[in-house]
Design a protein around this ligand. Structure first.
Ligand code: ADP
Length: 248
C-alpha cells in the first residue's frame, strides 16, 4: 500500500499566491524520499497538506491520501497519528518549559496513561541521544539539541510516516552528520524536504524535484542529481559527494 498519495494537488494562499499547481506523487511504505527544489517551489506547502495543517478545498476530489485514506476533516485525528511532521524551525514546534514535557505532549494527546507516556518519552529521548536532557529547559538548548527534541517528540507518537522540513538546515557539520545517522536508523516511511543534497544522496534512494509548484522530476536520487542541466534549470547543483563518481 502507498503510505502517501498526492494527486493533482493545487493550493493558493489567501493573498493569491499560487503555491501548488497540480502536484502528484506517491510514496510506498518504507521508502525514504527527498523533496528537492529551490526556495519558494512549494515544498513546505506540500508537507503541510500531508497531515491536514493546510486543508483541502471543499468540493475538490480527495487529492491527498495517507495509508489509503483521504485526508478530510473526519479522518484528521487518524491521519495525525500516522504522520509525524517535524517543522523547519524547532522554535515553531517546541512550546513546553522542559524537554520532558515537550516530548510527552504528543503521547498525552494520544490518550496514553502516565506510565506509557513516561516509557515513550524515555525511549524516544534515548533514541535521539538525549536521554539525560529530560529536565533541561527547552529554550536553553542548542539548535541541534532542539532539533533532536523535536524528532523525539514525533518518535514518541510512533507515527508510521515521518515528514521533515529542512531537518539539517543551520546545523554544523558534526550536527548534520549525527542527525543523518539518527534518521537512517528510523524505520518509518520518510519524506524529507531539503537543500542538503548530500543528505538526499546518503539517505534517500529516490528524489522528487519541485519547481514553481509542480513536480519537474521524480526518480533515483543519484540519477537526478547527476543531471546537471536539470539541476541548473531548477536552482540546484550537483553535490560534491557525486563528483569523484562522475568527473567532468
Ligand atoms: P518552499 O518550502 O519550497 O520554500 P513554500 O511552500 O514555502 O516553498 O512556498 C511556496 C510559495 O508559496 C512561495 O511563493 C511562497 O512565497 C508562498 N507562500 C508560502 N507560505 C505562504 C503564506 N503563508 N502566505 C502566502 N504565500 C505563501
Amino acid at each position: 500500500m502507498n503510505a502517501i498519495e498526492v494527486n493533482n494537488l493545487k493550493y493558493r494562499y489567501h493573498d493569491g499566491t499560487e503555491a501548488l499547481r497540480g502536484v502528484g506523487f506517491s510514496i510506498a511504505t518504507g521508502e525514504c524520499v527527498a523533496l528537492l527544489g529551490p526556495n519558494g517551489s512549494g515544498k513546505s506547502t506540500v508537507l503541510l497538506h500531508l497531515n491536514g495543517i493546510l486543508p483541502e478545498k471543499t468540493g475538490q476530489k480527495a487529492t491527498v491520501k495517507i495509508l489509503g485514506q483521504p485526508v478530510t476533516a473526519e479522518t484528521l485525528d487518524t491521519v495525525r497519528r500516522q504522520v509525524g511532521l517535524v517543522f523547519q524551525d524547532p522554535d515553531d514546534q517546541l512550546f513546553c518549559p522542559t524537554v520532558q514535557e515537550d516530548v510527552a505532549f504528543g503521547p498525552q494527546q494520544l490518550g496514553l496513561n502516565d506510565a506509557q507516556v513516561a516509557e515513550r518519552v524515555g525511549k524516544s529521548l534515548a533514541q535521539v541521544g538525549m536521554a539525560d536532557f529530560g529536565r533541561r529547559a527547552t529554550h536553553h538548548l542548542s539548535h541541534g539539541e532542539k532539533r533532536r527534541v523535536c524528532l523525539a517528540g514525533v518518535l514518541a507518537c510512533d507515527a508510521a510516516i515521518l515528514v521533515l522540513d529542512e531537518p539539517t538546515s543551520d546545523l554544523d557539520p558534526r550536527g548534520r552528520r549525527e542527525f543523518k545517522a539518527l534518521l537512517r536508523q528510523i524505520p518509518a516511511t520518510k519524506l524529507i524536504a531539503t537543500h542538503d543534497l548530500e543528505l538526499a544522496v546518503e539517505l534517500c534512494s529516490r528524489a522528487i524535484v519541485l519547481d514553481h509548484g509542480e513536480v519537474v522530476a521524480d526518480g533515483p536520487t543519484t540519477e537526478l542529481l547527476n543531471d546537471e542541466p536539470l539541476m541548473l534549470a531548477h536552482g540546484l547543483e550537483r553535490p560534491h559527494i557525486l563528483w569523484h563518481n562522475h568527473p567532468h
